[in-house]
Design a protein around this ligand. Structure first.
Ligand code: ASP
Length: 342
């Protein structure tokens, strides 16, 4: 494996990684990303060519939405033949959503798309931005027998490369900000860069990249909690044009067995709202029917999210709602694995 002569495109969207602190006011502001070599001179030691493009206006990732995902995907599409790999610099807050969305949008992906960011700005003395950025570029540049080693959407943070659509941000302060509870790390950076090849997705066949660009945003996430009332739950189901609910249930997919709850779910499903059962635990899987508290949901036709993250479930649903023409096949398609998310 080597990184020689690889061409990498950095796509800067915003977030802390591209900020510098104004030491007079203490406020963080975006810096000109074209000056990246000035900020990280070590980049010039990498034996690859690095170009960068930036969003017209760098954003805090709290402002991310499907339009931005399309923007990132089109940048990759337009440059796909010219570059060997892509590194997306993104705020950490919603990075798992974007990485999940891109994993579903970039069909037949055979090159690396690595999301990364940082907890401290690049100009900060103790910044984690440098290591995250340099190693992401190295991972994106890795080739073997003329082919990219990583052929999927990954997320690199604090010495670990994860499958993007398996990640969740779990810490607002620690450098170790992400976890992938249900899938092993794809690579680890220590004294050596260790790639766990057995866990990587391989692109099948020689089909060319296809980019999906349509989203249906009529999706809600509802988290169950002891004490949730009929009025509150039905309030969601009564939202005009609502097409799907990602229902965060307890443990292995359990939910109240009270009559009002079952009636609300049943009525919503009959109305045509797709309901996906995902667990609010960060690790483990929904096992419909394991307890009586989930068996009734199974019988009603709730979609089994299995071990998918909420981030991946939301973005997969937004895409499948546009992609699947016949409503009755959406459940089957959702429960199938598309790109390693289940
Ligand atoms: N608020 C920032 C963002 O997500 C935090 C970060 O960059 O990590 O854009």
């Amino acid at each position: 494996m080597n990184t020689q002569n690889s061409k990498i495109l950095l796509i800067y969207t915003g977030g802390t990684i591209g900020m510098i602190k104004d030491y007079e006011t203490g406020v963080l502001r975006a810096f000109e990303f074209e000056n990246i070599y000035h900020r990280i001179p070590e980049l010039s030691h990498l034996d690859c060519v690095i170009d960068s493009v930036s969003f017209e206006k760098a954003i805090d990732s709290s402002d991310m939405n499907p339009r931005h995902w399309i923007n990132i995907a089109e940048t990759i599409e337009n440059n796909y033949d010219v570059y060997d790999g892509f590194v997306v610099l993104h705020g950490s807050d919603t990075m798992s959503y974007s990485a999940s969305a891109l994993s579903f949008m970039l069909e037949n992906l055979a090159k690396p798309v690595i999301f990364t960011g940082s907890q401290l700005p690049i100009g900060d003395l103790r910044t984690d931005a440098k290591e995250n950025l340099i190693t992401s570029i190295q991972l994106a540049a890795l080739k073997e027998n003329g082919q990219s080693v990583i052929q999927e959407v990954g997320l690199y943070f604090e010495y670990k490369l994860y499958r993007g659509n398996r990640t969740t941000k779990i810490n607002a302060e620690n450098f170790q900000a992400f976890v992938s509870m249900n899938y092993p790390t794809l690579a680890e950076s220590g004294v050596h860069l260790k790639v766990n090849k057995q866990h990587l997705l391989r692109s099948e066949g020689r089909q060319s990249l296809k980019v999906w660009k349509e989203f249906d945003q009529n999706v809600a996430v509802v988290k169950l909690f002891p004490g949730i009332t009929e009025k509150i739950l039905n309030g969601f189901f009564d939202i005009p044009d609502l097409k799907a609910v990602i229902l965060e249930t307890y443990g292995s997919g359990n939910a109240p067995t009270e009559k009002w709850f079952l009636n609300s779910i049943e009525k919503a499903i009959q109305k045509g709202i797709h309901i996906v059962n995902v667990t609010q635990c960060s690790g483990g899987s929904v096992i419909l029917g394991k307890y009586e508290a989930s068996e009734h949901l199974r019988r009603m036709g709730i979609i089994n999210g299995k071990d998918i993250t909420t981030e991946a479930a939301v973005t997969k649903m937004m895409i499948l709602l546009k992609k699947i023409v016949f409503d009755n096949s959406l459940k089957i398609r959702f429960e199938e694995n598309i790109c390693g998310e289940i």
